[in-house]
Design a protein around this ligand. Sequence first.
Ligand code: NAD
Ligand code: MG
Length: 390
Amino acid sequence: MRRVSILGATGSIGQNTIDLIARAPEAYDVVALTGGRNIAQLAHDARRLKAEIAVTAHDECLDDLRAALEGSGVEAAAGAAALCEAAERPADWVMSAIVGAAGLAPGLAALRTGTTLALANKESLVCAGGLILETARRNGARILPVDSEHSAIFQALRGEDMDAVERIILTASGGAFRDWPIEDLGRASLSEASTHPNWDMGQRITIDSASMFNKAMEVIETREFFGVPPEMIEVVVHPESMIHALVGFRDGALMAHVGPADMRHAIGYALHWPERQGLPVERLDLARIGSLSFRTPEPERYPALKLARQAMERGGLAGAVFNAAKEQALDHFIEGRVSFTGMAEVVEEVLTRLDADTDVVDAAMTLDNVTRTDHLARQCARNVMAERAG
Ligand code: NAD
Ligand code: MG
């Protein structure tokens, strides 16, 4: 039996992971499940999977979790420290699927045990790629990508020599507003931005897909994960979302990964790696699909792409600034306090204001410094938004 833990078990990635694990209960021994405020879901899954421990991120939810788990034999805990303790419990495979920078500390805690970390939480690579990779290296831990594009690249690179790689192409659906007139984007509503044309995902990543902040973060994630320079990473809009990424080699060959828009493929690949096992995903009928299309992402529609390149060029902790400013701007967009196009303007302003602050951006990449930079960038973003509003 393989011991597995799922951080962010109640979310979209977490639930897809549980779907796969629950199909073969005899193969898995579930150690820890973590979630947020969705206590009913967390307790339901912890009971049916016979988890050792269930953890909510929120202290005030602990009584509800305890009540929901009464008589089940599943331990209950709450809070940030408990999340890290759960992530540290010995396991063979840990899914990192908390959304946002909140996934960084639990992911690092898991890596320190030398486990295999299936990494969906791209924000941790954006904020602290060097720290994540170094922690894995020092502890003999392995990181497997779960983001569909990075899983696709990882699969296309199997057996290949990195020196032969010329470029990596990330595909992007273009999100909810790919066909909107650009001048209308400033009026895009929360519900319009929360509907993805192809993928069924959590709300935050869905909005990030509409703004292309998701792809912008994935460019940084690609740089960190595969160690390729930013100029080798391209983005192409591919509205059908069937090709997840392509790797271009020096002989001109492009290896494309083609599959349905179902995260259970990438999750299952990471779960069974290095084997390939059967997965309950749709088999594509190419003749029925007929054709696939591609277009250049327009810079005026998707300013986030340029901002990610700016952050990579700046280096140091600029990725943490970029991510935190984006998370804060997104919070305000969800609360109706900044417009859809305002999000990128706020991130750009925060990057500019903190650029000169070498004390912040050029500090050593430790968890404490990344956390401090994250707080400062969020504060700066709130200031920028308050100035814009007033
Ligand atoms: P989601 O919002 O559906 O779920 C997020 C999970 O994190 C939930 O379990 C929630 O309770 C937990 N969580 C939220 N805030 C937390 C906090 N402060 N502390 C601890 N736990 C917290 O998100 P998702 O769509 O499943 O995405 C999870 C991660 O996977 C993100 O990093 C996202 O970018 C990445 N990802 C998602 C998809 C997808 O298809 N959904 C695809 C690729 C990558
Ligand atoms: Mg992706």
